[in-house]
Design a protein around this ligand. Structure first.
Ligand code: NAD
Length: 366
């Protein structure tokens, strides 16, 4: 039986969570099985956001954790009601193999750990959900795709915007020909990064700088907004703070794409500007603009027809309910979120870095 203290902890957590996730005044979600049982690996800031969002899911549920910090495990256990037998460290995480309470592991660690742990999770026979950027480069991404294929488990990338209503409406309009032939995409992705000691500014853990962390949204967005993959890339890097942004950690990169249809894209990725989160799509007959385009919401949009006003739902709640259906029901999402999709972005990012370094146009084949 629960002690009074445990009961109060659960009770206060239950009261606090809806407010944290912005669900005030919404009825408590009830599960509608079959339910995807998820363990989160990496209990940091985004892991916590996903855990809070999972409370509102109907088809997914947080059942386990993998962490190197025992005190965080304890806090999460009492906050989310996670059983002791579903708690793991990075060292013993392979033992999830024998745990029927875990169907999938959501990897929300610094970027460098995505590749080794995705492979270990796959080898343990569990589905992999992995945060963006999927890996440090295309080679690693390909190895992850192959490992999941070999283990017969699904690999999904945490592209939450692929399930966001305003984004999906723009994609629907583009597919319906409402913009005419799409000709131009502009993607602006940036924020001003703080603490110079954080892993995001450490090449070994981040794999790069702003491009890996935030520029990836414009890379990915160019593809789903235009509905096409680029065939060439050019890029130019600028750096104003050589102390904060060391060798291999990009501060600002402008990049351009060309597409087989004749469409072009012009994008900016930066760690030096706040309020930079905008997508613009222009076609022969119309346009769409999303600003903010990829933040936690609400997403604001308008097209040549007027404002887009689709209601805001916590992105990660929709994402996890949809991912549960992709994994358990083989549902096919409107915009792919699988390993092949993440691999394309990693190939493009590799090409952007090469183009920025050499000053030359880099051709792409998928
Ligand atoms: P964070 O620093 O807040 O959390 C990272 C977690 O990993 C921490 O709990 C830390 O203890 C743990 N960790 C394990 N090994 C570590 C190591 N060697 N060094 C440092 N930390 C280690 O970071 P975050 O913001 O939660 O980002 C985690 C991942 O999620 C990144 O890949 C990031 O790109 C991604 N992310 C995605 C979104 C999104 O909207 N999809 C938003 C934020 C972050």
């Amino acid at each position: 039986m629960k002690s009074r203290r445990q009961f109060l902890q659960h009770f206060s957590a239950a009261l606090a969570l809806p407010a944290l996730a912005g669900w005030t005044n919404k009825p408590e979600a009830s599960l509608q099985g079959p339910v995807l049982k998820v363990a989160i690996m990496g209990l940091g800031s985004y892991g916590t956001r996903v855990a809070d969002a999972l409370v509102g899911c109907k088809r997914a549920k947080l059942t386990g954790v993998i962490s190197g910090t025992p005190s965080k495990i304890k806090t999460w256990q009492s906050k989310y009601g996670i059983a002791e037998k579903n708690c793991y460290t990075y060292d013993n995480s392979d033992q999830i193999k024998n745990n029927p309470d875990i169907d999938a592991v959501y990897i929300i660690t610094p970027n460098a750990l995505h590749h080794p742990y995705a492979i270990r999770v796959a080898q343990a026979g569990k589905h992999v959900i992995c945060e963006k950027p999927m890996a440090l480069n295309a080679m690693e991404a390909l190895e992850m795709v192959n490992a999941c294929k070999k283990a017969n488990v699904k690999l999904l990338i945490g592209y939450r915007m692929h399930f966001e209503a305003n984004t999906l409406e723009v994609v629907r309009m583009r597919k319906a020909g409402e913009f005419g032939k799409p000709l131009f995409f502009q993607g602006l992705s940036g924020f001003r990064i703080g603490d110079p000691g954080q892993w995001r500014l450490t090449k070994n853990l981040a794999g790069g700088g702003a491009m890996m962390d935030i520029g990836v949204y414009s890379v990915n967005g160019a593809r789903y907004m235009l509905g096409e993959d680029p065939v060439w890339v050019t890029a130019q890097e600028t750096k104003t703070d050589f102390q904060k942004f060391k060798e291999g950690v990009d501060e600002t990169i402008q990049f351009q794409f060309g597409f087989a249809s004749g469409a072009v894209a012009s994008c900016l990725s930066t760690y030096s500007m706040n309020n930079l989160d905008k997508f613009f799509l222009n076609g022969e007959k119309g346009f769409a603009e999303l600003q903010p385009a990829t933040g936690y919401g609400p997403i604001q949009g308008r097209t040549h027809r007027g404002a887009l006003a689709l209601p805001h739902v916590t992105h990660q709640t929709t994402q996890m309910d949809e991912m549960a259906q992709i994994i358990l029901d083989n549902k096919v999402p409107e915009i792919p979120v699988d390993g092949a999709e993440g691999l394309k972005d990693m190939k493009i990012i590799d090409a952007i870095y090469l183009a920025a370094k050499t000053g030359k146009r880099v051709d792409l084949k998928f």
